[in-house]
Design a protein around this ligand. Structure first.
Ligand SMILES: [Zn+2]
Length: 287
């Protein structure tokens, strides 16, 4: 189990699944040959983030940030029992909550839930199925939803046809009175604040963690794979607004690429985190 210390903060990864992903799933028309060509120009991408046969090495994980009295679950994966269009994600029966508990974080210990955005693989464990009803998994937490993100997905279709992600994983939280709608630059404490990174979705945020002069950033999906660190202009097919996503990466990466800030990629394969520095027209991640 991966974890990192940033000053007094401890960040722990709870992995729900880790599978090589076809580049065509993430980046329109991108072949495995093209991925390997890109990795030749940016050799640091291998072996951690690109496989020898051109697959993207990715995971779905929740990152738990503990500092002081805060135990914040950042992004809650796919979840169990959900009816999903992607059959790899439908009606899961995984040990995610047991893994969290073994790591020292039983569900009732979580004080806040932060969803970087409201896509299917970031909200699933917000709720769990009890007697046929979707109930909040983290009964003592405040769930923080960015206003513009909540408003968008309340009326928009889910990312994939035939599933109701908002209905089973977000609406029940609001109905239970556990949700707080917050601004896109919300600050939770002296140590934790949102950085607006819109484009992948309208109200997408990254989470900034600062303690005792050290700093880390949890990216969310403003970058799915470090291919987009090497080439910030590369947008994912799942971006609501591909141009805005590009503009966001070009705007925030110069501030992140100081060689010191720990960049923790929400979907990056292990070791999942590193420091960024400029590299040609893009950047590189040193792990
Ligand atoms: Zn995602």
């Amino acid at each position: 189990m991966l974890s990192w210390n940033i000053g007094r903060a401890k960040i722990t990864s709870i992995v729900e699944s880790e599978t090589p992903t076809s580049p065509r799933f993430m980046y329109k028309d991108m072949t495995k040959v093209e991925v390997l060509q890109r990795a030749e120009k940016a050799p640091w991408l291998r072996p951690h983030f690109i496989s020898d046969d051109g697959y993207l090495l990715q995971k779905i994980q929740c990152l738990i940030v503990e500092i002081g009295d805060f135990k914040v679950a950042v992004d809650t994966c796919i979840g169990n029992d959900k009816e999903r269009t992607n059959e790899l994600w439908s009606h899961l029966q995984g040990p995610f909550l047991e893994d969290m508990t073994k790591a020292g974080y039983p569900p009732e210990s979580i004080t806040h839930v932060v969803c970087t955005h409201l896509h299917v693989d970031h909200v699933g464990w917000n709720t769990r199925l009890v007697d046929g009803e979707w109930v909040p998994t983290f009964p003592n937490a405040r769930y923080l939803f960015v206003d513009s993100e909540f408003d968008h997905w309340e009326t928009a279709e889910s990312l994939f046809d035939g599933e109701d992600v908002f209905g089973d994983s977000v609406a029940p939280i609001a109905a239970a009175g556990l949700s707080d709608r917050v601004a896109i630059d919300h600050r939770l404490s002296d140590n934790l604040c949102f950085q607006p990174t819109p484009g992948h979705t309208p109200g997408h945020i990254s989470l900034v963690i600062e303690s005792e002069g050290e700093k880390a950033i949890i990216t969310g999906d403003m970058t799915h794979n470090p291919l987009q660190i090497a080439d910030p202009d590369l947008s994912s097919m799942f971006d609501t607004d591909m141009d805005a996503a590009r503009t966001t990466r070009r705007a925030v990466f110069p501030g992140w690429a100081d060689g010191k800030t720990l960049i923790i990629g929400t979907h990056f394969g292990s070791p999942t985190a590193g420091t960024m520095s400029p590299d040609g027209d893009g950047y590189k991640l040193d792990v």
